[in-house]
Design a protein around this ligand. Structure first.
Ligand code: FES
Ligand code: MG
Length: 575
């Protein structure tokens, strides 16, 4: 057991513990809020970073949950303070939450640094909030626990299970093809997201919270508890209790997020059939901890470990079913031979302990290794003359017949152009065409929006076509599906070869050999490069300009160059 720290050694003692005029003012001002001296002096001060807002539907219960955390902190002898942090409600935030992930990461880090905190609870879960909070907290380095918002309740419509995101896209295609009515569409709008909580499919939210739990930053089993379940509030109070002890034990994230725990998370991403977004976020999270994570690690893991979580979009169940089947520890128990079970978690114990206790209660939902959801890998990393630094796709969510495909490119230079032209009856396109979108990357869009599941042209939808090969430097929502090659790096805006493709070029996708190429010879490519001019910058001020100047490419995690691991930032002077 590690030695316990003394109250005098707490970080907050720098603010509250001295006898000078400044310390007087810090105590005076805290008492101004109605707290007695004894409630905070000499006690671990726990920041509750809360991404609650009324524009964040997946987090609307987090205001209440902060009360449960507070209860736990007080019970353990700490002093809880709630600090609002940037709320990134996926779907509602424009142009894309990804543009603001790094802003949240910066905010989280600086909120922790600027205040007299000893430990933090990170409350998030909707897509980018998870990596944003975790990246910032790792860089700051104080003891922290991530509290996942939990999935929304399962949806059903006319006897069919409805998953958030996945079915929106599915029914939109049906609606455009005239197979469901206006009234059906209206009804779906009202009933298909049943409660607060994050998307109940294996989208980015559930993938990222599962990954962060695997890294060791959540209480074991926390991520699959439904948002509105009474167990969720109980988990929140347990988080509050535990973080106080973590402060006394000085259990910091650099002891939890290590090369080995990152490798565990990569393996779990494969078993989840998780969102492609996780490739970007986990690379960025790992880098904050000083761990280099090459993209190929995801490909290798996906070849080794098949999809076991039978959850939309790769499977047929939802997160509530995963909860009843035993949650993430149960899934981890299925692949324990492939994990390093000695990795420490926020419990102060190795992850192997909770994995060893776990049981799978439903073999349909969490499949055994000898009966996976699919043997098609969850992730493939492609290379070729179109994507020298890599591109990602999700073979398990693609149409098998399209995994080896040769077709003619139809290129769109921007999302606006795509929207304008895609349903034009005169568009020269058939089901063998390869749809190409560029200008949609981290710098170009900017923020690399989830435009990667390019819409199928209406005239093809009418003929029953539901999937085509689609390429872009964009991302794709984790709840979506289709033969979509994403994250092409380098992106077109910075002069990646994607910038040189022309409508009519032959494109070859060969997933088995992990290749993506355009059949254009080097001399012709050199001529095209000669003629290429970089697009003019669109933003000359503000956060977006900062973003465009400093964001890294998809294979590097899209972090800002000045935030990657480096010499630690000094603690603020107190005077
Ligand atoms: Fe919030 Fe999907 S929209 S998790
Ligand atoms: Mg999403």
């Amino acid at each position: 057991m590690s030695t316990r720290r003394s109250p005098e050694s707490l970080r907050s003692a720098r603010w509250y513990g001295a006898s000078d005029m400044r310390a007087f003012a810090h105590r005076q001002r805290t008492q101004q809020m109605g707290f007695r001296r004894d409630e905070f002096v000499g006690r671990p001060v726990i920041g509750i970073l809360n991404t609650w807002s009324e524009m964040s539907p997946c987090h609307s219960h987090l205001r209440d949950r902060a009360e449960a955390v507070r209860r736990g902190v007080i019970r353990a002898g700490g002093f809880p303070v709630e600090l609002p942090a940037l709320s990134l409600g996926e779907v509602i935030v424009k142009p894309t939450t990804m543009l603001y992930r790094n802003m949240l990461a910066m905010e989280a880090e600086e909120l922790i640094r600027q205040h007299p905190l000893d430990g933090v609870v990170l409350m998030g879960g909707c897509d980018k909030t998870t990596p944003g909070l975790v990246m910032g907290a790792i860089s700051m380095g104080l003891p922290c626990i991530f509290l996942p918002a939990g999935p929304m309740l399962s949806g059903r419509w006319r006897g069919t299970t409805i998953g958030a995101g996945t079915h929106t896209r599915k029914y939109w295609d049906e609606y455009r093809a005239g197979r469901i009515t206006d009234d059906d569409w209206l009804e779906l709008e009202g009933i298909s997201t049943r409660s607060t909580g994050t998307c109940n499919t294996m989208g980015t939210a559930s993938t990222m919270t599962s990954i962060v739990e695997t890294l060791g930053l959540c209480l074991p089993g926390a991520t699959s508890i439904p948002a509105v379940d009474s167990s969720h509030a109980k988990m929140a109070s347990a988080v509050g209790e535990r973080i106080v002890d973590m402060v006394w034990e000085d259990l910091t994230p650099n002891r939890i997020v290590t090369e080995a725990s990152v490798r565990n998370a990569v393996e779990v991403q494969a078993a989840l059939g998780g969102s492609t977004n996780a490739l970007i976020h986990l690379v960025a999270v790992a880098a904050r901890a000083g761990v280099a994570l090459p993209l190929d690690a995801f490909d290798e893991a996906a070849r080794r470990t098949p999809v076991l979580a039978n959850v939309f979009p790769a499977g047929t169940f939802l997160m509530e079913d995963v909860y009843f089947a035993g949650g993430l520890p149960a899934l981890l128990s299925r692949i324990q031979d492939r994990l390093d079970l000695s990795c420490l978690t926020v419990t102060g114990r190795p992850i192997g302990e909770s994995v060893g206790r776990a049981k799978v209660w439903d073999d349909e939902v969490i499949r055994p290794l000898d009966r996976p959801v699919t043997t098609v890998p969850a992730i493939a990393i492609l290379r070729g003359n179109l994507c020298p630094d890599g591109a990602a796709m999700k073979p398990s969510a693609a149409t098998p017949a399209l995994l080896n495909h040769r077709g003619r490119a139809l290129v769109f230079d921007s999302h606006a152009e795509l929207s304008r032209r895609i349903d034009d009856p005169a568009l020269d396109v058939d089901e063998t065409t390869v749809l190409v979108l560029r200008g949609a990357g981290p710098v170009g869009a900017p923020g690399m929006p989830e435009w990667g599941a390019l819409p199928i042209p209406k005239k093809l939808l009418d003929r029953g076509v539901r999937d085509m090969v689609r390429l872009s430097d964009a991302r794709m929502s984790g709840t979506h599906y289709g033969t979509c090659v994403l994250h092409i790096a380098p992106e077109s805006h910075v002069g990646g070869p994607l910038a040189l493709v022309r409508t009519g070029d032959e494109i070859v996708l060969d997933v088995e050999n992990r290749r993506l190429d355009m059949l254009v010879d080097d001399a012709e490519l050199a001529r095209r490069r000669e003629a290429w001019t970089p697009p003019a910058p669109r933003y000359e001020r503000g956060y977006t300009m900062l973003y465009q100047r400093h964001v890294s490419q998809a294979d590097k995690g899209c972090d800002f160059d000045f935030l990657e691991a480096g010499a630690p930032t000094p603690e603020p002077e107190i005077f």
